[in-house]
Design a protein around this ligand. Structure first.
Ligand code: PLP
Length: 424
């Protein structure tokens, strides 16, 4: 049966057999027992599937990954220890020294640092393009050695909505996949594979977990990209020496990318999500559909309130009519966007900080997208390492506050904002 997404949130990924635990068990074991060395050998050769060491795979993680794969409509998924690990693996799985990636400049600050500093040290080069770049501008960013395009569905914190079809069209014209970080809308509000994206990543730390209990990430493979169409992806289409010459595309077909990610990168780099965190993530997923609905309705009411205040210079919320990205949001996520709002206080950095310090319900935290309303001043926190020019390029102004609207009663949230604005 093909269930609707709300049902998948609750039920997918784990189906207990007769007498087995109703709830996903936490398999808190690093290792798995076998009757013969020969059988274990076949697992190491990827001849049979099965568990042998939790650094590569764990049943708890796999149940939860299977649920997320179903939510996104992909062929497989792999949980990682953080969203950062997911972003890194998603690119490193198909790029090595000498390769190049086109990335939208409006992305999470941590991802920007990862790409712009750390991955450059590995010899992987990046060209950052304005998220609203025209097709010509996008085309101009490609090089002979370009292997992927990376962008966020709704960018954190600048709330740019990606024109997924345009990015996919350009990526595919150059024979490379589009990787989309879908953390903010979640698959409840947007499923990028339906618009041509090939790989989806998430920081599950945010809405998916939803309760701010566990850091985690996930990579989902659509199974749609043909890695054999050109010779750009030898890691997938030629023998892997570290696995007795396996050719991933030949052996695993549509699941080639995600299988290589697990069996090679996770084996070698080891950023597995702990089974306990995967369990907590699943508890979050079971109510994701309900929470996203409330996050979005609360955020829309808050955005309307802020828009009407004379203390506010600008409100960015793609779900708000009149927002620069409203039309794109209507196209790609008609049921809602996310709970995050960007606002610019009239005045400068000091006014933004005073506003935030006056809030009573909304806490100042380095977090976003959990059930409690919270806020952050990106210029002094997540984006602190960026230069003034880089800040402006990714849309993070000094008077910008990122407000993550929770699932409390919206009247209480608005009352708190109203009293804090009195102090500005
Ligand atoms: C938080 C975040 C990340 C990084 O995830 P972590 O779980 O903190 O490592 C990546 N992308 C987006 C859009 C995020 O919001």
């Amino acid at each position: 049966m093909d269930f609707k997404i709300e049902t998948k949130c609750v039920q997918s990924g784990y189906t207990p057999k007769n007498g087995e635990p109703r709830v996903i068990p936490i398999v808190q074991s690093t290792t798995y027992k076998y009757e013969s060395s020969d059988q274990m050998g076949r697992l190491f050769d990827l001849e049979e599937s099965g568990y042998f060491y939790t650094r590569l795979q764990n049943p708890t993680n796999d149940y939860v990954a299977a649920k997320i794969a179903e939510l996104e409509g992909g062929v497989g998924a792999m949980l990682t220890s953080s969203g950062q690990a997911a972003s890194f693996y998603s690119v490193f799985n198909i790029c090595s020294a000498g390769d190049h990636v086109v990335a939208a400049s409006a992305i999470y600050g941590g991802t920007f640092n990862l790409f712009n500093v750390t991955m450059r040290k590995l010899g992987i080069d990046f060209t950052f393009v304005k998220p609203d770049a025209s097709e010509e501008e996008l085309n101009a960013a490609f090089q002979e050695n370009t292997k992927a395009v990376f962008a966020e569905t709704i960018s954190n914190p600048s709330l740019v909505v990606l024109d997924i079809e345009k990015y996919a069209r350009v990526a595919h014209a150059h024979g490379v996949p589009l990787i989309v970080d879908n953390t903010f809308p979640t698959p409840i509000n947007c499923r990028p594979f339906e618009f041509g994206a090939d790989i989806v990543t998430h920081s599950t730390t945010k809405y998916m977990d939803g309760h701010a209990t566990s850091v985690g990430g996930v990579i989902v493979d659509s199974g749609n990209f043909d890695w054999t169409q050109n010779d750009k992806f030898p890691g997938l289409t030629t023998p892997d020496d570290s696995y007795h010459g396996i050719v991933y595309t030949e052996r695993f077909g549509k699941a080639a990318y995600i299988t290589k990610c697990t069996s090679q990168l996770m084996r070698d780099l080891g950023s597995i999500q702990s089974p306990h965190n995967a369990f907590l993530l699943n508890v979050g997923l079971e109510t994701l559909h309900l929470r996203m609905e409330r996050h979005c309705s609360n955020a829309l009411a808050v955005a309307k309130f802020l828009k009407s205040s004379d203390k506010i210079e600008q409100v960015d919320y793609p779900g708000l009519e009149g927002d620069k990205y409203y039309d794109l949001a209507q196209k790609y996520m008609p049921n809602g966007t996310c709970g995050v709002i960007s606002l610019r206080i009239k005045g400068g950095r000091a006014d933004a900080v005073r506003f935030m310090d006056s809030l009573k319900l909304a806490a100042i935290v380095t977090h976003v997208a959990d059930c409690r309303t919270c806020c952050l001043h990106p210029a002094s926190a997540t984006h602190r390492q960026l230069s003034a020019q880089e800040l402006e390029d990714c849309g993070v102004y000094e008077n910008l506050v990122r407000l993550s609207v929770g699932i409390e009663n919206v009247d209480d949230i608005i009352a708190d904002l109203a009293q804090a604005l009195e102090n500005v």
